[in-house]
Write a protein that binds this ligand. Sequence first.
Ligand code: FES
Length: 282
Amino acid sequence: MTIVAALWLLLAIVASVAFAAGFALDASTQIEGASLGVACLSVACALIVWSRNFMPNATAVDEQHPKRSTDDDRDATLDELESGVRQITARKNWLVRLGLAAVSVLGIAALFPIRTFGPNPSGRIGASDWRKGARLVRDDGTPLRADALEIGSVATAFPEGFVGGEKIESMASDAVMVVRVTPHELKLPAARSGWAPAGYLAYSKICTHLGCPLGLYRQGPQQLMCPCHQSIFNVLDGGSVVFGPAARALPQLPLNIDSDGNLRAGGEMSDFIGPDNWDHGA
Ligand code: FES
């Protein structure tokens, strides 16, 4: 049984090292989770083997005595306990050391995830890649042309050059809902009067409440709705909050139409993206 316990502890050490290495090398979360799980399980198995085979398992009944034990009895009991501990630790001393090594390596490996704490690693939450002149494209990179949408329909768009597998993180924050409305319905502030050519409007797809993606467009009242907590935004007046817990209007992207009929950004987003409590890198 000594060998069995030792093998479990060795496996715990190997798995802990594998976890630390996987974390340092940015291995998949499955590998990290599996190695950490094996390490913890191995330590647990070693402890079970240890407790079942090397710890005294006799049932002891301690009689209640009305009086304090005699000094001789107390000394004899202490001697017995100390001799038992000496016997266990003397015979299995190396196993104890191996157990301590396994727990130590696992403890050190557990420190590796600490490096993921702290500020947003990418530093781009709330930022966007929209710049003046950027062409609006769909998620497959094809341009969104000014004749693409009927009045009362919507599409999701991204800045050209920021779509595809490598850009999956930026796509989440860059996404805008493009809505086409009848131009004479518009009630945009005067400063944004030129932001909606041919009735095209574009708003950030990230809800300003807690950051859920907007997904619902209500054509009748011209509203965008967040499915998480039902915040509703007015499409016609610059994305103001009509209802719900969101406290800030949707950021709007000014648009224009180039000579080839493509929709392009007329500038940057009107405000930072997402909830106020996100780290906007300020
Ligand atoms: S995240 Fe949109 S309403 Fe809460």
